[in-house]
Structures are given as C-alpha cells and as structure tokens.
Design a protein around this ligand. Structure first.
Ligand SMILES: [Zn+2]
Length: 461
C-alpha cells in the first residue's frame, strides 16, 4: 500500500507489537487489526491475516508497533512561534515578563491555530497521539480546529487566571464563564474539553474552588501548574500560612480528576496529600533542567511513582524543554530516577515507557480509550522503523533499545482513531512546506507586535 492510500476499513498494522496490556505482552511478527477507529484484534500476524483475509496490511515484519504516546502537559500556543528563542541565561522573572507575557498578549486567533498546528504535527511525527493542553489558550476553538485538521487527540480549556493584569486575565466569575463556554461547545471527536487554570499563585481560592466544582459537575479533568520551583511554596506560605498542596487540600480541590503540572518541590505532607487524594502529576523533566528548577535535588516524582501515584510525562513548552519528543523525555526521566537516588536498580526503561503510554493514560483518566493496544480501544498506533543505524544490531529487548537507543526519529507511521496521520514520516493532512513558510512569517510579525528584538549573542556569564 502506498503512503497516500487510505487504509481499507479493516487494516492490519504489522510488526513486533508492544501491547502494554496488563501482562505487558510483546508479540513478535504480530499485528494490530484496526476496524474503523478501533482495535478489533491483536495477535500473531499470520493468525490475523487468516481470519481476516480481506484486510489490507501495512508495515514490515521488522517494524516495532507501540501504543500512541501520551503527553500530559504541553502548551499548544505561546512558545511555539518563538520556539527556542528565549535566551538560556535569563532569570525566571525576566523570561516571563520580557518574553512570555508580551508574546502571549499579542497572539491573534490565527497565531493560536498555527502554533497548535505546528506543535501537534511535531507531536504526531514523534509518536504523541494524545496531548493535554497546559491551559494558556486564548482562542480554544482555533486550537480545536488545529487538532481536528492534523488528526491529533487533545484535551483543551482556555486561559484561566484572575490576576489583576496579564494576557486574558479576568475576574473569577468571568474565567469560569469562559471555561463553561469551552465545555459547552462540540469541538469534534478528538477534542475533550477540560477546565484549565494557569495555577501557581495566579489563581484566587475562589477561582480554584469554582473550577473544581465545574470539573466535577461536568465529569471532566482539571489541570493547573504548581511548584516547579520553590516560588509557589514561598508565595502560598506568605498568603495562606500553608504550602500550596496543603492549601488546595484545605480548599477540597484535590482529587482524581485533577492533574497538577510539575509538583517538583513538595514536602512530605504534600506528597502524602497528592497520593491520598489520587491527584495526578505531570512530570516535565526537560523543562526543569532547561530552566534550572532543581529537579535533580528534589525528585519527588520518583517517590510518587514508588508509592503507586498517578504520574504522566510532559514536554511542556518550546522554550522549556523545547523538543516535543516523548521518548527523549521518558529516557531523561529514567536517567534521573537512577541518578538522583544513586541507584540503578529501582527504575528503568520499561517503567519510563509505561509512563509514556498506559500510566500516562491512567493519569489523565483516559486509559479506557488509549495507552495500550487492546481490543476495543481507540486505534492510536505508532510504527517505529527499525532500519535506521541506531537499531542495528537489533537487541532482544525492544523496549530497552527504543528507550535508550532511539527516540522520535524512528517513528515512520502514526494512526489516530484508525486514521493514518503520519505516513513515511510526513503529516498526511497538512502541507509541511507551506506550514514552515507561514510559521516564519508569523514569528516575525509576532515579535514585531510584541516589541521584542531578539539579539542572538554568545552569553557572558
Ligand atoms: Zn506549563
């Protein structure tokens, strides 16, 4: 079958299948039978082909077939059009107020759509099929349109903060009204509306309580940022006398529908509160390293994992981690989990791979749909090409080799809900060359409107 051909209704994706089912079965010379948007069967290829001789087949027996990866924290707007542009050596306040705030403030609806399109195309090309938007979207319907166009599964809310000044800030009641508007709208089958706040100490108690109530009423997720550095702890202690997670527990907003982005700097009691409430945490290790936030000293995510907490991985933003590559992120997490405790025996590639797939799906309450290759789940499938030099000679443990030896560069085909959205490493639904030209023009215009004149220089520390 040529890359441009649409698979027939029944289609077998062939290769060594890493199922991520409860037994973690890996099927050599296996296949995944896709019927419409769902997985109809998983098993040995010969068996699938004999029971479904009418099904078309794609892939090579040497291919590695995995579930689509889950990115539990990603900004789809803001940073993308100025990706890898915020200089490395800026203090946190300076990077926020001289870059992030003015750039976000100047986002027009078309910038949101273009930015999300770029990020989601890169995501898909690296095997991410489900993305949790981080909560800084001014024009959600344009981001939803981007997701539907490129064929990516996302959760989506809108800017939610009730600070006095800042892009798209508003009083708590107005913020909630905007969140309700996102929840009320049908964005298509790939977009699940969530309630999203900026978080940190940039939400009043009134706002986070109302957001929690809304998420529970609508039976959807709530996400916000907290404690990537020690700043939130200092501000919460000054304002409330409690640490951030203690204050959120006091307000009654922790719970299984909540996904906290970061939670790097947590006290023992905060770790207990997260675990007891079954609150999920998104760990974005590249961002913490890139921004110098102290994860190598305070790696509480490992303890959350050891104690059975709900944990996923995130790639965060294109000026905080930059590359949107789940395997690069998973390998880094595994490395930290070995190095910080100075113990290589407690966590490894397979554990990190779980975080990027089934455990990430569990963390966002989507494991009934995605995260593994099992009958009845959505056909969100990644095909890794094992003919690249990094794969030779083939190792016996495919997950170990994938995690430590490769990354998004080996992704050749990606399916979301049975649709092939990446074929031969290229997006099937957007013109990459035209997208690049549009992005370049939008970047220049955005910087001009923001009053930023980037002056690349070799930093003198
Ligand atoms: Zn973030």
């Amino acid at each position: 079958m040529s890359p441009s051909e649409t698979p027939s209704r029944r289609h077998i994706v062939r290769g060594t299948v890493v199922t991520m089912n409860a037994d973690r079965d890996i099927i050599a010379t296996g296949g995944v039978l896709v019927s419409g948007s769902q997985i109809e069967a998983v098993g040995p290829y010969a068996q699938l082909k004999s029971t479904h001789p009418d099904a078309t087949t794609s892939g090579d027996p040497h291919d590695l077939v995995t579930p689509g990866y889950i990115n539990t924290h990603q900004h789809l707007t803001g940073d993308r059009l100025v990706q890898s542009s915020i200089p490395d050596g800026l203090a946190p306040g300076e990077s926020i107020f001289s870059w992030a705030v003015p750039v976000h403030a100047e986002h027009q609806p078309e910038d949101d759509q273009l930015s999300a399109t770029l990020t989601l195309v890169e995501s898909l090309a690296n095997g991410i099929t489900t993305t949790v938007e981080a909560g800084t979207v001014a024009h959600p319907h344009r981001v939803a349109a981007a997701a539907e166009t490129v064929g990516a599964r996302i959760t989506l809310g809108t800017w939610g903060w009730d600070v006095e000044e800042g892009p798209f800030a508003a009083p708590a009641a107005e913020v909630i009204r905007r969140q309700e508007a996102v929840l009320d709208r049908d964005h298509g089958s790939l977009v699940t509306p969530w309630v999203t706040l900026v978080g940190h100490d940039l939400m009043s108690d009134e706002l986070v309580v109302a957001a929690s109530k809304l998420a529970r009423e609508r039976q959807t997720g709530l996400t916000f940022h907290m404690s990537p550095s020690t700043t939130d702890t200092e501000q919460y202690l000054a304002r409330t006398g409690r640490r951030p997670i203690e204050q959120l527990a006091h307000l009654g907003v922790l719970g299984p529908e909540v996904l906290i982005a970061h939670g790097v700097h947590l006290s023992d009691s905060e770790v207990d509160l997260v675990l007891e409430s079954r609150t999920a945490v998104a760990s974005c290790p590249w961002a913490y390293l890139r921004l110098g936030q102290g994860v190598s000293k305070e790696f509480r995510h490992l303890e959350l994992w050891q104690r059975g907490g709900r944990l996923g991985l995130g790639c965060d933003a294109e000026n905080a981690g930059d590359a949107v590559d789940p395997l690069r992120t998973a390998a880094l997490f595994a490395g930290l989990a070995k190095d910080v405790p100075v113990d290589p025996t407690g966590f490894g590639a397979h554990d990190a791979f779980e975080l990027a797939t089934i455990r990430g799906a569990e963390a966002i309450g989507a494991d009934h749909l995605v995260g593994s290759l099992e009958v009845g789940k959505q056909a969100d499938i990644v095909v890794h090409d094992r003919t690249g030099t990094e794969w030779y000679p083939h190792a016996d443990d495919v997950v170990l080799q994938l995690l430590w030896g490769s990354d998004g560069r080996s992704v050749r085909e990606v399916y979301v809900a049975g649709d092939r959205v990446i074929a031969d490493r290229r997006p099937t639904r957007v013109d990459l060359e035209r997208l690049g030209v549009e992005a370049q023009a939008a970047r220049s215009a955005l910087l001009r409107r923001s009053g930023i004149d980037p002056q690349p220089r070799w930093p003198a520390y």
